[in-house]
Design a protein around this ligand. Structure first.
Ligand SMILES: [Mg+2]
Length: 161
């Protein structure tokens, strides 16, 4: 119940072709650390472009445990169906399925957390897809860039600026 059906290196790997190959016709998508970094309200450019392409192919439902006001602002900007707080893994998935109008086996549940997204999706009988948490990716990326920047920063640090 805790194993995802698939693990992808990033959300961008979830393409319409990937879904079609697996008979998947809709997506229930997590918000925090999946579509955008935890606690933020702006969806990264790359994810906006990805989402646009995905929505042209299949219906997407945003299901989140986020607080309702913040969620409503993000949802309105994106113009996606969805709701929050969903109390994943226990609640929210049925409503999402009903809106998508699809049986569970034709729906991909996509998220970064085992105990909410993956467990909830597996209990539902959906095709669960785990992606790495965005915040950690960002931290890793930031650390990596900092490391690259280090030799270029040093001369300035000694100049008392
Ligand atoms: Mg999440």
């Amino acid at each position: 119940m805790l194993w995802p059906k698939a693990t992808l290196p990033s959300l961008l790997h979830l393409t319409p072709a990937w879904l079609w190959e697996r008979g998947l016709k809709g997506v229930i998508l997590d918000l925090d650390n999946t579509l955008l970094p935890y606690g933020e309200e702006e969806v990264p450019e790359a994810h906006l472009a990805w989402l646009k392409g995905l929505r042209e192919a299949v219906p997407v439902y945003l299901l989140s445990n986020a607080l309702p006001k913040r969620f409503a602002r993000i949802q309105e900007k994106l113009g996606l169906p969805g709701h929050a707080p969903a109390l994943k893994p226990w609640a929210g998935f049925r409503k999402a399925l009903k809106t998508l109008g699809l049986p569970p086996r034709e729906v991909a549940v996509v998220g970064d957390q085992i105990f909410t997204d993956i467990l909830g999706g597996n209990l539902l009988g959906a095709y669960t897809v785990l992606v790495p948490p965005l915040r950690e990716q960002e931290f890793f990326y930031t650390r990596f860039i900092r490391l690259l920047e280090t030799p270029f920063r040093r001369p300035w640090e000694g100049m008392g600026s």
